[in-house]
Design a protein around this ligand. Structure first.
Ligand SMILES: Cc1cc2nc3c(=O)[nH]c(=O)nc-3n(C[C@H](O)[C@H](O)[C@H](O)COP(=O)(O)O)c2cc1C
Length: 311
C-alpha cells in the first residue's frame, strides 16, 4: 500500500509565515508563558498577545468574567503592562520560542496611539505581525473604530504607511455588516482581517439584582457565538480578497473545520484555552488527520470548500 504524504499545513499571510494555521486568540493566552507548563508552545502556528496599549492599564473593576449558558462574558478592560514593559519583559520569552509573534494593540483615547505603537513595534525584529484591535468592547467608548467604514479606512491607511510588517485588522461583530468593514480594511491596506471579537452582552444576578460583571456589560465568547462567527466568515469569504483569520467558539477540531470550510485561511482559539489548555495542539493533530483522510495535500483544498446541500 502506498503511504500517503503528510499534509502541508504551511501558509503565508502578507509577510507572515506560519507552519500551521492554528493560533491563539488575543487575551486568552496571556503572553504565552502562562501556558508553558501545559503545552509545547513551539508547536503553535503563532501566538497573538494580549492587547497592548501605550501606557500600562489596570483594567476594569472585578468581577471581570462570568459563565453563560454556552460560553463566557468578560470585561477585562485591556489590563496590560504598556508597550515599553511588554517589549522589555514579555517579548524575550516569546522570541525564544521561535514561532511567529503577533502583537495585538489598541488605543485608549485617540487613534494616534496606534501610530505610536506601530512605529515602536516596527523597529522590533521579534515581532512578526501586528493585530489592530479596533473592536474591543470593554473600553466604555460610544463607538469603536471598526463600527465605522471611514474610521476603519482612516486608521488602517495611517498605520499601513508606518510598517511593512503584516497588518491584521481585528473586527467587531457588533455592526450591521462586518463585510463592509472588512472591505474598508482591505482597501486601506490591511493584509488580513481577524473575525470576530466578542459580541456585546450582559448577565444579571437576579437574587442581588446586580450585574454579574463589575463593568456591568462585557463581551460574549465561546460556543454561543460560533454560528455568528462562521456566518460572518463565510459572508466575508465571498466578497473580500485578503485572508480571513476565523475565530469565535472554536472548541475542537470539528468546530475549527467549520471555519476553514466557510473560508478562513487560519484560525485562532480563545475561550477553549480556559477549558483545555492543550486544545490547540489537539486541533492541529485533528486537522492533519482530517486532511489525510480526505486526501487533501494543502490547506487550499480545505479553505472555502463549502458545497451546496443535496436535497
Ligand atoms: C478573557 C478574554 C479576554 C480577551 N481579551 C482580548 C484582547 O485583549 N484583545 C482582543 O483583540 N480580543 C480579546 N478577546 C477576544 C478574543 O480574542 C476572541 O476574539 C473572542 O473571544 C472570540 O473567540 P472565542 O470564542 O474562541 O473566545 C478576549 C476574550 C476573552 C474571553
Amino acid at each position: 500500500m502506498v503511504k500517503q504524504k503528510k499534509p502541508n499545513l504551511n501558509l503565508k499571510i502578507g509577510s507572515l509565515e506560519l507552519k500551521n494555521p492554528v493560533m491563539v486568540a488575543s487575551g486568552t493566552f496571556g503572553y504565552a508563558r502562562e501556558f508553558e507548563d501545559f503545552i509545547d508552545l513551539k508547536k503553535l502556528g503563532g501566538i497573538v498577545t494580549k492587547t497592548i496599549t501605550v501606557k500600562a492599564r489596570q483594567g476594569n473593576l472585578p468581577p471581570r468574567t462570568c459563565e453563560t449558558p454556552a460560553g463566557m462574558l468578560n470585561s477585562i478592560g485591556l489590563e496590560n503592562p504598556g508597550i515599553d514593559r511588554f517589549i522589555q519583559e514579555k517579548l524575550p520569552f516569546l522570541q525564544k520560542l521561535g514561532i511567529p509573534v503577533i502583537v495585538s494593540i489598541a488605543a485608549e483615547e485617540t487613534p494616534d496611539e496606534f501610530a505610536v505603537l506601530v512605529k515602536k513595534l516596527d523597529q522590533v525584529k521579534a515581532v512578526s505581525a501586528i493585530e489592530l484591535n479596533i473592536s474591543c468592547p470593554n473600553l466604555q467608548k460610544n463607538k469603536l473604530i471598526s463600527q465605522d467604514v471611514k474610521d476603519t479606512i482612516g486608521l488602517v491607511s495611517v498605520v499601513r504607511k508606518l510598517t511593512a510588517k503584516c497588518l491584521i485588522a481585528k473586527l467587531s461583530p457588533n455592526v450591521t455588516s462586518i463585510t463592509q468593514i472588512a472591505l474598508a480594511a482591505q482597501s486601506a491596506g490591511a493584509d488580513a482581517v481577524a473575525l470576530i471579537n466578542t459580541l456585546g452582552g450582559m448577565s444579571i444576578d437576579v437574587h442581588k439584582r446586580t450585574p454579574k460583571l463589575g463593568a456591568w456589560v462585557g463581551g460574549l465568547s465561546g460556543p454561543a457565538i460560533r454560528p455568528v462567527a462562521v456566518r460572518m466568515g463565510w459572508g466575508g469569504y465571498n466578497k473580500i480578497k485578503i485572508p480571513i483569520i476565523g475565530m469565535g467558539g472554536i472548541m475542537d477540531t470539528e468546530s475549527a473545520l467549520e471555519f476553514f470550510i466557510a473560508g478562513a485561511t487560519a484560525i485562532s482559539v480563545g475561550t477553549a484555552n480556559f477549558v483545555n489548555p492543550g486544545i490547540t495542539l489537539e486541533i492541529i493533530a485533528g486537522l492533519e488527520q482530517y486532511m489525510l483522510k480526505n486526501n487533501m495535500q494543502n490547506l487550499s483544498a480545505l479553505t472555502g470548500r463549502l458545497k451546496a446541500c443535496k436535497n
